[in-house]
Design a protein around this ligand. Structure first.
Ligand SMILES: [Zn+2]
Length: 241
């Protein structure tokens, strides 16, 4: 598993973690960033097998670079938006204010302006569903539909090592459940689904989330306040990871 730490001009709020998983037959890229510079070019020396690209959900900081790749997957609830380049659903439309000029610490290329930012259409995106399997030959990831943050949010779960790539479903920080396409009741259902994950006898696994560090030895918990969290088995318990 490779954590892609490319030099990003964006501030941390819009700098999602990207993951490249090397497989025997093919590789898997989870999320593609904002798309303001070429991720494909950046990865070229690492890519020597067919590449499957999965966007954990439609939001611009995860799906922005999908248009560069041939084999792209996104949940069926959201895949029409990147196919059509629907900026409202992505939602990179300037009226939402998620991508202002001051979100960029550097200009990614001459002439760039955040007010012109939009995610390029990705008509080759294919729909995936809960229960689909992303098979890399020597390892495979189950698609878990985990709506709530957005209608098509997914996690990718490897039951062999209890490794969950959680996108924006759980991460190290306050969870966003008040976006235009967020539904809190669905979010609770997704958390309950995660609570059912089979773990080893210690009840522990690994979360690789969209922001923050990889969180090892987690176990799921819902706090008494009703806030959702994934508590580390050891160490700091104040975070969400
Ligand atoms: Zn998101």
């Amino acid at each position: 598993m490779i954590y892609i730490a490319l030099p990003s001009p964006a501030t941390p709020e819009n700098r999602a973690n990207l993951w490249l998983i090397r497989g025997h037959d093919s590789d898997l890229l989870i999320d593609t960033g904002l798309g303001v510079s070429s991720l494909k070019l950046y990865l070229v020396d690492l890519l020597d097998k067919p590449l499957k690209v999965v966007a954990s959900h439609v939001h611009f900081d995860h799906s922005g670079g999908c248009h560069e790749f041939d084999e792209v997957y996104i949940h069926q609830n959201e895949h029409q938006a990147p196919c059509a380049g629907d900026q409202r659903l992505i939602p990179s439309d300037p009226e939402f204010g998620f991508v202002p000029d001051d979100d960029f610490e550097a200009i990614p290329y001459q002439g760039f302006s955040a007010s012109d930012y939009e995610v390029r259409a990705c008509p080759q995106a294919r729909a995936i569903r809960h229960g689909d399997v992303i098979d890399l030959g020597d390892r495979a990831f189950e698609v878990m539909h985990l709506p709530g943050h957005s209608s098509g949010s997914i996690g990718l779960y490897n039951p062999r090592n209890q490794q969950l790539f959680s996108g924006d479903v759980v991460y190290d920080g306050t969870l966003l459940d008040d976006l235009e396409d967020s539904v809190i009741a669905n979010y609770i259902g997704s958390m309950e689904q995660l609570l059912q994950l089979k773990t080893d006898e210690s009840g522990r696994g690994i979360i690789a989330a969209s922001t923050g560090a990889v969180c090892e030895n987690w176990y799921p918990a819902i706090s008494t306040s009703g806030k959702h969290s994934f508590a580390p088995a050891t160490g700091n318990t104040s975070g969400y990871c």
